[in-house]
Design a protein around this ligand. Structure first.
Ligand code: PGA
Length: 255
C-alpha cells in the first residue's frame, strides 16, 4: 500500500510517572533540549496533573502534548474525571485511549472506549487508540481476530479521515516486560490493522493513517522497527522515562 502520505509519530507514554513535578519538569526539559525537527513527530503523553506545566515547557518546541485518558461525558457530576474539552483547553493534541492497562485494570470495555473516541474527536483531539492481544490469545492463535474485533467495536459509528486518529498495536505480553515482538510480526499485525481500516473505511484512508507499534520499544530496537513498511512510529513507555534513553531512541529513529 502507498507509503508516502503517512505521518510518523513517536509518543512517550509516561503512565503514572514520574513521582514529582520537579522530576517531570527535568525530564521534559531534557527531552526538549534534544528534540530537533525530526522526520517524525514527537509527543509526550503525561499524567493529567502535569499537563499544564509540561505544556509551558514544550509549547515553543516541535514536541506535542498528549494525555493518557479522558472521560466520555462533557461535564457534570463525575467526581475525579477529566473531560476531552479540558484536555483541549490545556493544549493537548493527542489522547491515548483503550490502553490495555485501562482495559484490564480499570475495566474499560470496547463500548466505553468507543464513547471516549467520539468525545475526543468532537473536541478535535487525536485519539491514539491502542489495540493488542494477550499472551493467552496469541498462544491460541486468535491474535488477528481479536485485533479486528477491537477495531470494529472501538470505531463503531465513527468517521475517520486518516488524520484524526492514530492506532497503536500493543501486544499486551510485550508491554513493560522486555519481551519483544519481532519487527516482522509487529509489521504483519500493523498491516492487518491497515487492511481492516481499508475494509471499514477506504484504501485511501488506510494509506494515510498512522499505525504505531508499542511494547518494550528501546533505543536499540527503534531503528529496525521504523524501517518496516506498516510501522509508522512507536508508543514508548519505560524508555520514555529516562531522558538519555529517549533522546537516543529519537536520534536512532531519525537515522
Ligand atoms: P513499554 O510500554 O514501552 O514500557 O513496554 C508501552 C506502553 O504501554 O504504551
Amino acid at each position: 500500500m502507498e507509503n508516502k502520505m503517512k505521518k510518523k509519530l513517536i509518543a512517550g507514554n509516561w503512565k503514572l510517572n514520574p513521582t514529582t513535578k520537579t522530576e517531570a519538569i527535568k525530564l521534559a526539559e531534557n527531552i526538549k533540549n534534544n528534540t530537533k525537527n525530526f522526520n517524525f513527530e514527537v509527543a509526550l503523553c503525561v499524567p493529567s496533573i502535569y499537563l499544564d506545566t509540561i505544556n509551558e515547557i514544550i509549547k515553543d518546541s516541535p514536541i506535542k502534548l498528549g494525555a493518557q485518558n479522558c472521560y466520555f461525558e462533557e461535564k457534570g457530576a463525575f467526581t475525579g474525571e477529566i473531560s476531552a474539552q479540558m484536555l483541549k483547553d490545556l493544549n493537548c493534541k493527542y489522547v491515548i485511549l483503550g490502553h490495555s492497562e485501562r482495559r484490564s485494570l480499570f475495566a474499560e470495555t470496547d463500548e466505553i472506549i468507543n464513547h471516549k473516541i467520539k468525545i475526543a474527536m468532537k473536541n478535535t483531539l487525536i485519539p491514539i487508540l491502542c489495540v493488542g492481544e494477550s499472551e493467552e490469545q496469541r498462544n491460541k492463535n486468535i491474535t488477528d481476530s481479536i485485533i479486528e474485533a477491537q477495531l470494529t467495536a472501538d470505531l463503531k459509528d465513527i468517521s475517520i479521515d486518516g488524520n484524526n486518529l492514530v492506532i497503536a498495536y500493543e501486544p499486551i505480553w510485550a508491554i513493560g516486560t522486555g519481551k519483544t515482538c519481532s519487527s516482522e510480526e509487529a509489521d504483519r499485525v500493523c498491516g492487518l490493522i491497515r487492511n481492516k481500516i481499508a475494509q471499514l473505511y477506504s484504501k485511501d484512508i488506510a494509506s494515510k493513517i498512522t499505525i504505531q507499534y508499542g511494547g518494550s520499544v528501546k533505543s536499540s530496537t527503534i531503528k529496525e522497527q521504523m524501517k518496516m513498511e506498516n510501522i509508522d512510529g512507536a508508543l514508548v513507555g519505560g524508555a520514555s522515562l529516562i531522558a538519555e534513553e529517549f533522546n537516543l531512541l529519537l536520534q536512532n529513529a531519525n537515522n
